[in-house]
Structures are given as structure tokens and as C-alpha cells.
Design a protein around this ligand. Sequence first.
Ligand code: NAD
Length: 373
Amino acid sequence: MAPLRVGLIGTGYMGKCHALAWNAVSAVYGDVERPRLACIAEIDGELARRRAQEFGFESATGDWRELVHSPDVDVVSITTPNQFHAEMAIQALKAGKHVWCEKPMAPTLKEAETMHAAWDASGKVAVLGYNYIQNPAMRLIRKVLKEGTIGRVNHVRVEMDEDFMADPESHFSWRSEIAAGYGALDDFAVHPLSLLRPILGNVARVFGDMAKPYADRPTREGGRRAVETYDIATALLRFDNGVSGIVAVNRSAWGRKGRIQLQIFGNKGTIAFDQERFNEVQLFTTEGPTETQGFKTILTGPIHKPYDKFIPAPGHGLGFNDLKVIECRELMAAIRGEPATVLDFDDGIAIERTIHAIAASFQNGAWTPVTRG
Ligand SMILES: NC(=O)c1ccc[n+]([C@@H]2O[C@H](COP(=O)([O-])OP(=O)(O)OC[C@H]3O[C@@H](n4cnc5c(N)ncnc54)[C@H](O)[C@@H]3O)[C@@H](O)[C@H]2O)c1
């Protein structure tokens, strides 16, 4: 099979992460041909050229449209701020490219629906950057649930907290602009929803709340600018299958660096995970004498696939960037028509509809149904 030719738009935090994944995937897995790193697009040609050299890409452009329409590109990584995802993904799909787009799909539901329709019409693969589902710890959780170890699930609770926006004096950025979306709801809550979707399926209805911890922030140019987004969001969920859930997210949670605390409660036990304890799963079951019952810590290792592709030694630990390598390999499997663990634009639109239902519920102060296509 000819090597996949990759175009990367954006080279910030996630752009570098995608570039590392494209560079590493063949060496880590050994069963796919090394992708050809064809082209990088950035906001200007000079930055694009610098990044192309650093990341090992063959060419560079200051115009993302040139990349999207290049005959030398098969798949486009979109790692730009949220408000650019829709136009870039739609043009890429229309140009016959596969798409690997960072989450969320887009700031508005209308744009996300248009992306979904473009994907539907394209016959191409379109995968979203829901990397946390790829953690071998999360795969273990899904297996344990499937095997019925904690019995019938009756409640789930996910909290996602970081403190990169906790300082009221940190500068105003695109993340505080309404053009990027609601705030923590679409920036963060999409991740907990991505973890819950493969386990529990569709959300039927929601009750949402959002809050602004700080009214304004200093700008780099001087003065202050009113914050347009909500850095805190909470939602009650009710899934189609009757299970109840809570999602609580906060981008201004001092001391929390990368916490995604997932708890799943069943009628025979509980299973839990915390992203700050990346390589551990906590499992409690009601088996055995009551006096010796308690949570046990399972440390991931080569037995928890695909950990073995990275390191042969258990307990040495994977990290965040490794999730993107796994996601990249799954995307390549999907492109090859093989079974793949990914959240595509069909899953993505279900998550977006849930997000927008939470925002609508916050506005109307009532339980709100999640729309279906
Ligand atoms: N999957 C995850 O865990 C995760 C984590 C962080 C961010 N994200 C998502 O990744 C996306 C990017 O976030 P980030 O933190 O990397 O942002 P960032 O600001 O670090 O990087 C964005 C990059 O896009 C470039 N860019 C902006 N407009 C462009 C244009 N028109 N053409 C070409 N390049 C352009 C910028 O110059 C910058 O290099 C967001 O959608 C965000 O939600 C996902």
C-alpha cells in the first residue's frame, strides 16, 4: 500500500502532538508504512517553513487552502482554534481528503451539522481528536464493564478540571472569545462525553448550568476585555438506557493540572480512573468477605493493549502524547477499512448535540431533550 501523505494545519499545542504522532506511528506499531509528511500550513509562510523543518515535513505554506487542495495530500490534520474547524474540514472532505480534526467539531451546532453532512457525502474517513478514549486504562474499563464485573451500571460521574485559566490576571486569549464557543462546555465537557459515549451510548436529556469565575481579563495590548465565555459548566445527564450521570468541568480550578476523574457505579462494584494517575485503574467489587473488600489499583502494562507497542515493561507508564500515536494508528486502520476504535463525525455530532442541549437548558432553566438527526 502506498504511504499515506499527510497535511497538517496548525502547529501549536495540538499541532505538535499530531506531528509527533505521524512521525512515531510506524516506529511504534511496526505494521504500517511510514506516512509521508507532505505539507504544513500555518498563519504565515515563515512560521510554516520553520515548523516544517522542526517536524520533518517536506513543504510549507502560509495558505491552508493550498494544502487542502494539494494533490500530494491524502489526509488533513486540523489543529487550529475551534472557529476554523468547520471550513477547513468541509473543504478538505470536498477535496477528497480524509480528516483528523481536533475537538470540538465547531462552535455552533449549525456548522457541526454542515461538517457532518459534508462527511456523509464524501465517503472519506473523518475522525475527531478524542484521545482520552485511547488510553489502555480506558480500554480496560470498557472491557471490565462489558464482562459485567461491576454488574449493571446505574450512575456515572465525570469531572474535568485544569487550572490554566485559574489566574484572573492571565491574558485574554481566543479561548475567552464567544467565537470559539461556550467555553468549558465545548472545550472540556466534550472529553467526558467522549469517554461515556462508547460505554453508555446516546444521551436522551440534560440539565445544564454554566458560570463565569472572572468578568474580564487583561489584554496583551493593555487594558482589560470582558470575558465572553463560561469557564465552568455542570450538567445532569440521562442516557437513553436510563442511566443517570453528572459531568462537571472547570478551566479555572486552581491546583488541578489535568484531572479527568471518571467514576462508574454498578450494582456489583465501582470502577474509577483519574487522568492525573494516567496508568492506573481503581476497581472495587463485592466479591469475597466484606472485611477484606476495598478498591484495588490496577497498574497498566503490556497486557493492556496497545501499551506493549510502546514499552515491554509494565508500570513504566504511557503519557498524553502516546494517546495521539494510538489515535493516529486507529485513524490509519479506519482509512484502510479495518475495524478501528475512533469517534467519527457521527459520534461527534451526537456529542455536539448534547453540548448544545446543555447550553439551551442553561438558557431555559429546564431539562432539555438532546436532538437527533
Ligand atoms: N485533544 C485534546 O486533548 C486537545 C487538547 C488541547 C487542544 N485541543 C484542540 O486543538 C485545537 C487547537 O488548540 P491548541 O491548544 O493547539 O491551540 P494553539 O493556539 O496552541 O495552536 C493553534 C495553531 O493554529 C494556528 N492557526 C490559527 N489560525 C490558522 C490558520 N488560519 N491557518 C493555519 N494555522 C492557523 C496558530 O498559529 C497556532 O499555531 C482546538 O480546537 C482545541 O480545542 C485538543
